[in-house]
Design a protein around this ligand. Structure first.
Ligand code: CO8
Length: 260
């Protein structure tokens, strides 16, 4: 299988750009997440890498979120392994010592939004067709507490409460209004703006920035690390329920119908 990621590391700036290339929509499958976590780990260990930009090489989509096929009609064992990989992706990104920037050049629902929310800064293409948000309830599923916490930490409690209950997907301009993203730029400037932004962040002494980041995020991270197995068990019990499987099936049908 071809690599699902392309990593461009610029030795002179110390910044890596990670292009997600898992066609057609960069869904976060078990295979993708495994490859992704290994790549992030490698960069994290490399002392010369201080910044990471996440972007998509697929047109119109940053990431469609978790791969629904990894949660639909799968064994409890598969679901458990998949969920552990989702947790790992979040833990690695949310606790990264690198400056992380999401260069959101397309739609970014659910898990795609979560991935963006783990970054230090979000730049989105100014395009009303692109949407971003935690839309889980629209699939009849529930965003886990650490998805919810990550969103609260970014946009606050009230906005998160309404967004999660309704499963809201925001247009790029509405996402900017509520602070779900930090900046909108024309589509062809997303990556160049991300590169400029990371330089600005890297001007701050690493140790001071890293300790501050950890101070802000550690309570949220600890909540999951101390409850990881229970969270996996909860997910597996939930997702394998007949009623939940039925909702996912209906959502998949809707996705297919919407095309024609
Ligand atoms: N997983 C698997 N397949 C997907 C996904 C996905 N998340 N998203 C799209 N696909 C498939 C489509 O079904 C379609 O398949 P096919 O070609 O066989 O018909 C193909 O990818 C292309 O999709 P589209 O034709 O829809 O592509 P568009 O460019 O028109 O639209 C979008 C792209 C906007 C990304 C659109 O596909 C979309 O809205 N997708 C659904 C996104 C979504 O709702 N994701 C939620 C996933 S759940 C999640 O991330 C968190 C779950 C937390 C679990 C908690 C439980 C306790």
């Amino acid at each position: 299988t071809s690599p699902k990621l392309k990593v461009d590391f610029n030795q002179s700036t110390g910044v890596a750009v990670m292009h997600m290339q898992n066609p057609p929509v960069n869904s976060l499958s078990l295979g993708f997440l495994t490859e992704f976590c290994i790549a992030v780990e490698k960069l994290e260990m490399d002392k010369s890498c201080r910044g990471l930009i996440l972007t998509s090489s697929q047109p119109k989509v940053f990431s469609a979120g978790l791969d629904i096929m990894d949660m639909y009609g799968k064994s409890p064992e598969h679901c458990a392994e998949f969920w552990r990989a989702v947790q790992e992706m979040w833990l690695k990104l949310y606790s990264s010592n690198m400056v992380t920037i999401a260069a959101i050049n397309g739609s970014s629902p659910a898990g795609g939004c979560l991935m963006s929310l783990t970054c230090d800064y979000r730049i989105m293409a100014d395009n009303p067709r692109y949407s971003i948000g935690l839309n889980e309830t629209q699939l009849g599923i529930v965003a886990p507490f650490w998805f919810k916490d990550t969103m609260i930490n970014t946009v606050g409690h009230r906005t998160t409460e309404m967004a999660l209950e309704l499963g809201l997907l925001y247009s790029s301009s509405d996402a900017l209004k509520i602070g779900l993203v930090d900046q909108l730029v024309p589509e062809d400037q997303v990556l160049t703006t991300a590169t400029k932004t990371v330089t600005k962040w890297l001007a701050i002494p690493d140790h001071a920035r890293q300790i501050t980041k950890s101070m802000m995020r550690k309570p949220t991270i600890d909540k999951l690390t101390s409850n990881r197995e229970a969270d996996i068990q909860f997910f597996v019990n939930f997702i394998t329920k007949d009623s939940i499987q039925k909702s996912l099936g209906m959502y998949l049908e809707m996705l297919k119908k919407r095309k024609s």
